[in-house]
Design a protein around this ligand. Structure first.
Ligand code: MV4
Length: 478
């Protein structure tokens, strides 16, 4: 491959292009008119404007992107995450046009895009799954029978959903019919597919996902787990690797299960297998994401492996240069997603200009971002402006470095989730490792955050007073 087009924007476009350049391959950026001054455009060897700000008039225009790629003699297209990254028909069209889609085969994307098809595919592999049914339910009486068998509360999920969209918890039989009808009509209007199924509701799970790499020579390995339980409304905010709850036995078992899931759909490239882990440390397969994930850097930090480089090598038909035994966990990594949202005001979107933007620097601190001081954050896209990633020998060391890095990060002009991050990394439930997906709901209020700030202010005031009195003492004695 001599030239790769990155069909994305922001931090991920820049991050992918850095590796492409490092590998001696030329880069092509695409951009919408509001992004013309973005760092990803400046960084690329060539850049093409493909339309106006709304995604469906630019970054989602698959045919136009392929047209640009052909015109510029591009060999491969990297989709990043979001946008066209999990669009099976786009990947197929890319391949049909003689360009390499840097990702799995269309079939794997298609299977994993449907939760029911995914369950069907992995069925024969003995992967633990949440008790429930693996077919679409339409008949309420049958649904009631199933629910009675698995026991309430149950969860109704949309087959075409994902990331929590279209889920409904049902606590008692009287509510089932209404909730089921709602779930079906919601799924129909949101995804154009009304198929829903039923699972036992796991009340306080942790969200643990396993990174996979699979080449075209029959090798599939895992790169351990990422813990992604700290999220609000299905939007992850803090991720870490490794998870503080997995024993090495459980890590081994979940890794094996994830590899089986990948093999079940003939997976190629980098992918992620999501699991729920319940209070008794039972794990259950949820879904597979057939793309590079936002939180991939924590895996890169603990393994020393550049996942984008591996994606490209696999797309070039190279054999993985290492096997399962060669991959080890070298320390602990944390990631905080910096969103343009107001931590103190219910995470309301914060729009404006980055009047001050200074990133923390130092050994074991990594910032993946796509903006510069003076830039305006466009309202058209995801509000994530950066990812702050740190690495330490231990979890404690990583947490300390993260707190320091948050303090050194200077952003003025917009509100961000940096204060929220500080709240998390100071919270006992997080530092002790005793938390689940309800962390934010359970502990976070803007008052709790203000209280933490007040406490800091009080400590600062006491220190100042102490210093002042001490100074006075010294002055008196001489
Ligand atoms: C569940 C669950 C409890 N029980 N399934 C949410 C996202 C989607 N990938 C699946 N999700 C869940 N599925 C059963 N049977 C709880 C969630 C869930 C969740 C999962 C991972 C991370 C955060 C979450 C927040 C709320 C609910």
């Amino acid at each position: 491959m001599k030239k790769i087009l990155v069909a994305n924007r922001g931090e991920i476009a820049l991050r992918v292009m850095r590796t492409v350049k490092k590998m001696g391959i030329k880069t092509v950026a695409i951009y919408s008119d509001v992004d013309r001054k973005s760092p990803h455009v400046a960084f690329a060897d060539e850049a093409v404007c493909i339309g106006s700000a709304p995604s469906n008039q630019s970054y989602l225009l698959g045919d136009k992107i392929i047209e640009v790629a052909k015109k510029l003699n591009v060999d491969g297209i990297h989709p990043g995450y979001g946008f066209l990254s999990e669009n099976a028909s786009f990947s197929e069209k890319v391949n049909k046009n003689g360009i390499i889609f840097i990702g799995p085969k269309p079939k794997a994307i298609q299977i994993m895009g449907s939760k029911l098809a995914a369950k069907e595919a992995v069925k024969a592999y003995g992967i633990p799954m949440v008790p429930g049914i693996d077919e679409a339910v339409t008949d309420v009486n049958y649904a009631k029978e199933v629910a009675r068998k698995i026991g309430y509360p149950i969860l109704i999920k949309a087959s075409a959903g994902g990331g929590g969209k279209g889920m409904r918890i049902v606590y008692k039989e009287e509510d089932l019919e209404e909730q089921m009808n709602r779930a079906i009509s919601e799924a129909e209007s949101a995804f154009g597919d009304g198929a829903v199924f039923i699972e036992k509701y796991v009340a306080s799970p942790r969200h643990i996902e396993i990174q996979i790499l699979a080449d075209n020579k029959g090798n599939t390995i895992h790169l351990f787990e990422r813990e992604c339980s700290i999220q609000r409304r299905h939007q992850k905010v803090v991720e870490e690797a490794p998870s503080s709850v997995l024993t090495s036995e459980l890590r081994y078992e979940m890794g094996e299960a994830a590899v089986k899931v990948a093999k079940a759909c003939d997976y190629r490239g980098a992918g992620t297998v999501e699991f729920l882990l319940d209070e008794n440390k039972n794990f259950y397969f949820l879904e597979m994401n057939t793309r590079l994930q936002v939180e991939h850097p924590v895996t890169e930090m603990i393994t020393g492996i550049d996942l984008v480089e591996q994606q490209i090598r696999i797309a070039r038909d190279e054999k993985l240069a290492f096997n399962q035994g060669d991959v080890t966990i070298k320390g602990h990594a944390l990631e905080l997603r910096v969103y343009a949202e107001d931590s103190l005001n219910n995470f309301a979107p914060s729009i404006g200009i980055l009047d001050t933007y200074k990133v923390p620097k130092g050994t074991n601190i990594r910032v993946d971002d796509g903006f510069e001081e003076g830039m305006e954050i466009p309202i058209y896209y995801d509000p994530m402006i950066a990812k702050l990633i740190v690495f330490g020998q231990s979890r404690e060391e990583a947490i300390e470095l993260m707190k320091q890095a948050i303090n050194d990060y200077q952003i003025k002009g917009i509100e961000t989730t940096l204060p929220f991050g500080k709240f998390v990394f100071n919270h006992e439930a997080f530092t002790s490792g005793d938390f689940d997906t309800h962390f934010v709901k359970k502990y976070y209020t803007s008052q709790a955050l203000s209280a933490q700030y007040k406490q800091e202010a009080e400590i600062a005031a006491r220190l100042a007073l102490y210093a002042y009195l001490k100074e006075k003492q010294v002055l008196k004695t001489c």
